[in-house]
Structures are given as structure tokens and as C-alpha cells.
Design a protein around this ligand. Structure first.
Ligand SMILES: *[C@@H]1O[C@H](CO)[C@@H](O)[C@H](O)[C@H]1NC(C)=O
Ligand SMILES: *[C@@H]1O[C@H](CO)[C@@H](O)[C@H](O)[C@H]1NC(C)=O
Length: 201
């Protein structure tokens, strides 16, 4: 059942000793409230990391609207997430985005590590970097094609996994090989890892 609810956000801007308070309201569906509440720390709707059988991506950030992904980071969902400090936020354009150093490129295996935070799907490597810029605690992202993967609905999108530790090539030991519903194994390609030079909050 869908119903409309109006949320009011108070934005407080302090300017030279003068406080301005303005109210903004917008309508959201109950579905987007449910989606927003799924996107909570620490794993933001992806409690199982991508190397666990049956894991599903927690979100999608990009220009499309892939089937089978519940939380598409766009529009009203982003506005709603802004009101919820404990939830994932959508990437913003920032003036001085953090810089990253590649630690491995174009491997056929993906990183596995206990510093895993969350994973989702993206269109480009830059989109994955924007997610790591945004998610609190993220210092490393691994972006790759997970081919013939049931959990991606066989979409050609990139998998984007975020971590709280910088990882080198030795961490990339998830080389696919899990049998999928069509009886064939998944394979990983173009797997690259990037470490944030200066960790940001
Ligand atoms: C929200 O929806 C109500 C009823 O559909 C409408 O009257 C109101 O103008 C809408 N508010 C906004 C901010 O879109
Ligand atoms: C990535 O590696 C594959 C082989 O695993 C190779 O065919 C391809 O040309 C490489 N791509 C780049 C950009 O180096």
C-alpha cells in the first residue's frame, strides 16, 4: 500500500550571529521511507559481502534504473536520506574530492576483507569513487565486473565494494567460481582497487 507523507526538514544556517530557520517540505511514498531505513550503517542494505553466496547489492548509484535493485540512489530517496544521519547519503559534488592511489588494476579476482562496509552497483569507476567519498569510514574501494552473477540479475553494471582499510593485491582472492542458477560459475574481470590518500570522515 502506498500513501503520501509530508516530511518537514528544518535547516538552520548560522550567519554572523543571526540564525535563520527555514522549513522545507516534500512528499515521499511509504516505499521510499522503507528503502531509506534499509540503508543504515554499518552495511547499508548489504549485510553479506559480495563473496558470500546469495549476497545481494545494497544499492545502485548511476544514471539508469536497473531491475531488481531496491534502493536506487536518486531524487526523493536522496532528499529523504539527507534527513537521516545514520543512513547512507547520496554523493554530492564537492569542491576538493579526496584523491586515491590505485593499489591493483585489472585483476580477475576481487578483494575479500573483514574491513568490508557495503557494496552496490554503479555505472563507472568514478561513481564508485564518489560512493567512497561519501560513506563515512570508507578508505578503499574495489570495483569490478562480476560476470554471470545471479545477484546482479546478469546486468553489465560494475560491482562497487567499500572497505575501511586500504587493501593490496593479496586481498584479491575472490576469483568467482561460484555456480550460478544457470549451472555456470561467475567470473570476475577488470577488478581494480583504490586507496584514499588522506582518509576523510
Ligand atoms: C504533497 O501532496 C499533497 C496531496 O497530494 C499536495 O496537496 C501538496 O501540495 C504536496 N506537497 C508538496 C511539497 O509537493
Ligand atoms: C585486462 O586484462 C585482460 C586479461 O585478463 C586483458 O585482456 C585486457 O586487455 C586488460 N585490460 C587492460 C585495460 O589492461
Amino acid at each position: 500500500m502506498r500513501f503520501a507523507a509530508v516530511f518537514t526538514a528544518l535547516t538552520v544556517a548560522a550567519t554572523a550571529g543571526l540564525q535563520q530557520v527555514s522549513a522545507q517540505s516534500f512528499n515521499v511514498s511509504s516505499d521510499s521511507i522503507v528503502d531509506a531505513l534499509l540503508l543504515q550503517a554499518p552495511h547499508y542494505n548489504a549485510p553479506n559481502p559480495p563473496w558470500v553466496a546469495g549476497a545481494t547489492p545494497g544499492w545502485y548509484y548511476g544514471k539508469g534504473s536497473p531491475d531488481g535493485i531496491l534502493c536506487i540512489l536518486e531524487g526523493l530517496l536522496c532528499e529523504l536520506l539527507e534527513l537521516l544521519p545514520f543512513c547512507l547519503h547520496c554523493p554530492h559534488k564537492v569542491k576538493n574530492p579526496p584523491e586515491y592511489t590505485p593499489t591493483f588494476t585489472n585483476l580477475t579476482c576481487a578483494a575479500q576483507d573483514s574491513s568490508y562496509q557495503t557494496y552496490g552497483l554503479v555505472d563507472t569507476v568514478a561513481d564508485c569513487q564518489s560512493m567512497c567519498d561519501t560513506v563515512e569510514g570508507c578508505v578503499f574501494f574495489n570495483v569490478y565486473h562480476d560476470n554471470n552473477a545471479d545477484d546482479k540479475n546478469d546486468s553489465p553494471l560494475l560491482t562497487c565494494a567499500l572497505f575501511t582499510s586500504c587493501l593490496g593485491p593479496s586481498s584479491a582472492d575472490n576469483c568467482g567460481g561460484q555456480t550460478q542458477s544457470n549451472g555456470l560459475p561467475d567470473t570476475i574481470s577488470e577488478s581494480s582497487g583504490f586507496c584514499k590518500k588522506t582518509p576523510t570522515a
